[in-house]
Write a protein that binds this ligand. Structure first.
Ligand code: NAD
Ligand code: UDP
Length: 361
């Protein structure tokens, strides 16, 4: 029986589809391609040598979701679909609440109707707000600081209420820390619309010459070098965490939250240096004012996932930097093949996309 992957054309969803197919799962992808491209689905097939059904459906349309459940005998759902830009959520809160919360309720209604009650949900470390200490464990108080974060928190609450009302459900709430990197083939990866909000896509766009320099948001935090510290996790490790969570929800009846992070924190300047060392490409930067709402330090206590899911992140920071760069270099315009590359190119990459580790002059 297939696994339904909502948001499967997106960044984390596409990497999870690859891992699911490689592990022998059947999958069905549902996505409205609001923040992704159909080409990512072709690439998933290229990497795995497998095809799968795709439904271009908006979760706001309950009738269309129902059609997927009528046509398929679904075993479980991994629910990635949602809007995720913090700044946009502050400007357009109603859009975020409607898309993320109404979309999830529609999905849950149909799951309930068709007696599909195994769910893995994409939550986020953002539900911890400004943590008072680190590492952050699942028992920490929850407090979202913006509409996007509140959609995650509210959905977690909705799912807890659902489980209370009917203990036949089994739900994993996966609280991701900072996913970066790309599939090692360099054929799928993060494809932000416009100017990237997150650090690593910004670094790779500076490295390829699309942006002149990185703005480092503040260097006066209480951290070793004054810049913000985060728990960066390779997207393939994160994807594998979903397979472990799927096994867990298949074999239990509970609702549990799990941090998916490495348990290690790196500062912005450490990330810049790690990227330069791994790729040989310089990343010019300037320090600007802190970004409002940013925590100084945020990293996970990932021991619960290790204990209960038998999952730990395996890839190194170097892997994360190399794979991010391979994706960016091979796809300067993301999945949009019609655009002409605007990057300045990287002398350190061979044609096959493997790069030589040259020293930075
Ligand atoms: P993404 O934008 O690349 O993928 C989300 C996908 O959902 C997109 O393909 C989009 O088209 C689709 N989608 C959005 N609304 C939809 C709707 N109404 N109907 C159908 N499809 C819809 O994002 P991502 O980085 O892959 O994130 C996946 C999930 O993980 C999101 O829920 C996000 O909030 C969460 N998350 C992401 C991060 C991160 O840093 N990337 C961190 C924590 C949590
Ligand atoms: N950051 C930065 N410049 C950027 C983007 C991010 O200095 O252009 C910093 C940000 O302040 C934070 C870290 O990099 O300390 C990670 O930011 P990101 O937005 O990727 O993740 P989040 O803050 O949501 O955890």
């Amino acid at each position: 029986m297939p696994i339904l992957v909502t948001g499967g054309a997106g960044y984390i969803g596409s990497h999870t589809c690859v891992e699911l197919l490689n592990a022998g799962y059947e999958i069905i992808v549902l996505d409205n391609l609001l923040n992704s491209k159909r080409e990512s689905l072709n690439r998933i097939s290229e990497i795995t040598g497998k095809s799968f059904p795709f439904y271009k459906i908006n979760l706001l349309n309950e009738g269309e979701i129902e059609q997927v459940f009528i046509e398929n005998d679904i075993e479980a759902v991994i629910h990635f679909a949602g809007l995720k830009a913090v700044g946009e959520s502050v400007r357009l809160p109603l859009r975020y609440y409607h898309n993320n919360i109404t979309g999830t309720i529609n999905l849950l209604n149909i799951m309930k109707k068709y007696d599909v009650n195994r769910l893995v949900f994409s939550s986020s470390a953002t539900v911890y707000g400004m943590p008072e200490k680190v590492p952050i464990s699942e028992e920490f108080p929850l407090k979202a600081l913006n509409p996007y974060g509140r959609t995650k928190l509210m959905i977690e609450e909705i799912l807890k209420d659902l489980f209370e009302s009917d203990p036949n459900w089994s739900i994993a709430l996966l609280r991701y820390f900072n996913p970066i990197g790309a599939h090692e083939s360099g054929t799928i990866g993060e494809d932000p619309n416009g100017i990237p909000n997150n650090l690593m896509p910004f670094i790779t766009q500076v490295a390829i010459g699309k942006m002149p320099e990185l703005s480092v948001f503040g260097n006066d935090y209480q951290t070793a070098d004054g810049t913000g510290v985060r728990d960066y996790i390779h997207v393939t490790d994160l994807a594998k965490g979903h397979l472990k969570a799927l096994e867990k929800v298949a074999s239990s009846q509970e609702i549990e939250a799990y941090n998916l992070g490495t348990g290690k924190g790196y500062s912005v300047l450490e990330m810049v240096e790690a990227f330069e060392v791994a790729t040989g490409v310089p990343v010019p930067y300037k320090v600007v004012s802190p970004r409002p709402g940013d925590a100084a330090i945020c990293f996970a206590d990932a021991s619960k996932a290790k204990r209960e899911l038998q999952w730990t992140a395996e890839k190194s920071l170097r892997d994360m930097c190399e794979d991010s760069w391979r994706w960016q270099y091979n796809n300067p315009n993301g999945f949009d093949k019609n655009l002409i590359a605007t990057g300045t190119g990287n002398p350190h990459l061979s044609k096959s996309g493997d790069f030589f580790n040259t020293k930075i002059e």
